[in-house]
Design a protein around this ligand. Sequence first.
Ligand SMILES: *Cc1c(COP(=O)(O)O)cnc(C)c1O
Length: 414
Amino acid sequence: MSLVDSAAIKRLADWDGDRLERLAAAHDTPLYVTDHDRIRENFARFDAAFDFAHVMYAAKANTGRAVIQTLYDAGADIECAAAGELDRALKAGVAPEDLQYTAVNPPDRDLDYAVDLWADTPELTITAGAEMTLDRLESRGFDGRLAIRVNPGIGTGHHEKVATGKDAKFGVAYDEVPELVADARERFEFVGLHAHVGSGVLSGDLDDHRRALQKVADLAERVGSLEFLDLGGGFGVPYRPEEPPLDIEAAAEMVREVTDGVDATIALEPGRYLLADAGALLTRVNTVKETPETRVVGVDAGLTALIRPAMFDSYHHIRNVTGGDREPVESSVGGPLCTSADVFCTDRPIPRAEANDLLAIGNVGAYGINLANQFHSQPKPGEVAIEGDDERVTRRRETFEDLTRLEDEVPGDQ
Ligand SMILES: *Cc1c(COP(=O)(O)O)cnc(C)c1O
């Protein structure tokens, strides 16, 4: 099978249930399982569709070392939007010249880090989204490769909290860009324009997305003499089982059309598209309660393990791995935290869950483990990589010692 012919989406039903049961038994739950073969397939499909573009992986989707290594080995450069991400990418073995840094309200220490890195690696491109960032870079002696992030004034995507294109926080106001570019040409090696306008774009959103990208491409034509035009990420995956996948060929054709008049390399920074369907979160049922409204199914993963439903109202499909052939009943699945936000679904038909059943939550490979937190003193889940028949722990499950480690390390008794 050619990598590029792979199915456009790996559904939760496609995961081998026996293998998930074995992994949960061996590594305990909650557990993230990340399918690295699938990451490779996703990258190959994206890279083939966008064969005219420079493809970077937006590392914030999952900054785990193993994931960065898999995508870097597959040929992706790495886009980092924080110094901590640069540091983790370097520790994963990425050569500094294959990194790009996007500065969003960068703390001083982040700029110091990036400028230090540039001092040894003049290939590093820094993207700034505010005039003041240019000044702060110049005051640190930086006069290297600089790109300017544009705010096109239009956002696209599945949720207002990720429709960055119309949020004034991101990028330089559209009409102010040409003047700032002229200024940047005096002070730096100005190389490109950048825009990341939204996230979760599916086929039905392509027209909106086209309008936003067209605005950015028009600006690129006006500004002229660019080495690259970076159009960010934002390519979506279907979270619901009945939703069709994004037609990536159509998306590529759209980008090609929009940038037809732009004489520059087109760069892209997918995150979610490469990873989402490569991840499943395994969680064990501990409590079942029949109420007049619904069947309440208590599991050991909470919003601390996967915050997207609570934070973005995201739908994540849930499979009863143990009892998949049972009669579906309306169920509300929630975790161990004392907040009503700690639910993965309400009144959703799921094959009747019993205590000790294993459930799998789908499409968690992007913005899953990376948004995990320790609220309510919940140790973060472990992560296992699967690759062919191989299985390896890529992040160990946290323990109670990890919850207090940073307090224990404070020196001395005052
Ligand atoms: C988050 C982000 C991306 C990736 O977005 P996806 O929706 O995951 O593809 C790309 N570029 C920048 C600057 C980002 O902040």
